[in-house]
Ligand binder design. Structure first.
Ligand SMILES: Cc1ncc(C[n+]2csc(CCOP(=O)(O)OP(=O)(O)O)c2C)c(N)n1
Ligand SMILES: [Mg+2]
Length: 287
C-alpha cells in the first residue's frame, strides 16, 4: 500500500467548507504525520501524536495568524521548542493553508523544504529548533521585544518534558518572570517519556507545578487531549497580569494509535505499511 494521504483529506475537505472542528483537525494532523514518517522512514511519530490535539486547538482557534500573510508583524508567534515534532506542525500548517498539502509528501526527502526538525523559512515557521532547550529562551527575547515595542502579540512556546531537564529552560523561566512577560505562554507536553525511558526515571520533574510557581509563573494543569480544557486554558492567558503563564498539559506519547501509546520505542521507530494501515484504521480513516 502506498501513502496517498490526500485521498482522504480531499474527501473530508469537500464535506467541510467551514473551519475544521478540533477533532477533525487533530485526526488529520495524526494521519499526515503517520503517512509522512512512514514514507520518509523517519522518527518521532510518538512525539507528534502527543501534541496533535494541542496544535489543533492552537491553529484551529487560538493563534492570531494569517496564512495569506505569514510575516504579518503583529501575528502571534508560535515556537515548537521540541523541534523533532516537525511532522505534526507541518501537517497543521498545511491544513491551515500556509503551503500546499502536496509538500507533505516530500517530508525528509532530498531537496525538500520540510526537514525532519522544524526549520525557519517554511511559511508559518518563525524559529528553527531541534537542539532541545532553546525554544523558551528565544521566546523570552521575542516577548521582551514585543513589550518594549508596545506590540499586542503573544508568544506561545510548546516544550517537552525532556526539555525541563535543560538548564537553559530554567534560566528562561527565571528571566521571563523577572521581566513581567505576561505575553509569554509555555505549554509543557508532559507525556512522561523521553527518547529512551520514563521521565520519572531519567530525571524526575515533580513537583513540576510548584517549580514553575516558585520561579514566578502562573500555572495551570490540564489534560492535553481534552479540547475544552486546552481551549479554556489557552484563551485565559495571561492567567495573572504581569506574570508569564505555564500550561502543564498531561499527554500520552503516541496518543490515538493503540500500539504506539506510552511505548518509548515509537520515539525512533517509523511505522511500516501494515502498522500504517492499522493506525489509519484506528483513526477511522477509510483508505
Ligand atoms: C540538546 C539535545 N540533546 C539531545 C537531543 C536528542 N533528543 C532528541 S528528542 C530527545 C528526547 C525526547 O523526549 P522529550 O524531550 O520528552 O520529547 P518528546 O518526544 O517526549 O516529546 C532527545 C534526547 C536533542 N535533540 N537535543
Ligand atoms: Mg516527553
Amino acid at each position: 500500500m502506498g501513502c496517498d494521504q490526500h485521498r482522504y483529506t480531499d474527501q473530508v475537505s469537500e464535506a467541510h467548507k467551514h473551519l475544521l472542528s478540533y477533532s477533525d483537525l487533530s485526526r488529520r494532523i495524526r494521519a499526515h504525520a503517520l503517512c509522512m514518517t512512514h514514507k520518509a522512514n523517519a522518527s518521532h511519530i510518538g512525539s507528534c501524536l502527543s501534541i496533535a490535539d494541542i496544535l489543533a486547538v492552537l491553529y484551529g482557534g487560538v493563534l492570531q495568524v494569517d496564512p495569506a500573510r505569514p510575516g504579518w508583524p503583529d501575528r502571534d508567534r508560535f515556537i515548537l521548542s521540541k523541534g523533532h515534532g516537525a511532522a505534526a506542525i507541518y501537517a497543521v500548517l498545511a491544513e491551515r493553508g500556509f503551503f500546499p498539502k502536496e509538500w507533505l509528501d516530500t517530508y525528509c526527502q532530498n531537496g525538500s523544504k520540510l526537514a525532519g526538525h522544524i526549520t525557519y523559512g517554511v511559511p508559518g515557521v518563525d524559529v528553527s529548533t531541534g537542539s532541545l532547550g532553546h525554544g523558551l529562551p528565544i521566546g523570552c527575547g521575542m516577548a521582551l521585544a514585543a513589550k518594549r515595542g508596545g506590540r499586542p502579540y503573544r508568544i506561545f512556546v510548546l516544550l517537552s518534558d525532556g526539555e525541563c531537564d535543560e538548564g537553559s529552560t530554567w534560566e528562561a523561566v527565571l528571566f521571563s518572570s523577572h521581566h513581567l512577560l505576561d505575553n509569554l505562554i509555555a505549554i509543557v507536553d508532559y507525556n512522561k517519556l523521553q527518547a529512551f525511558g520514563a521521565v520519572g526515571e531519567v530525571m524526575n520533574l515533580e513537583p513540576l507545578e510548584d517549580k514553575w510557581r516558585a520561579f514566578g509563573w502562573s500555572v495551570r494543569q490540564i489534560n492535553g487531549h481534552h479540547y475544552e480544557q486546552i481551549s479554556d486554558s489557552l484563551t485565559s492567558v495571561p492567567f495573572e497580569p504581569g506574570k508569564p503563564s505555564c500550561i502543564i498539559a498531561h499527554t500520552v506519547k503516541g496518543k490515538g494509535v493503540s500500539f504506539m501509546e506510552n511505548q518509548f520505542h515509537w520515539h525512533y521507530k517509523s511505522p511500516n505499511s501494515d502498522q500504517l494501515a492499522q493506525a489509519l484504521e484506528e483513526l477511522g480513516i477509510d483508505r
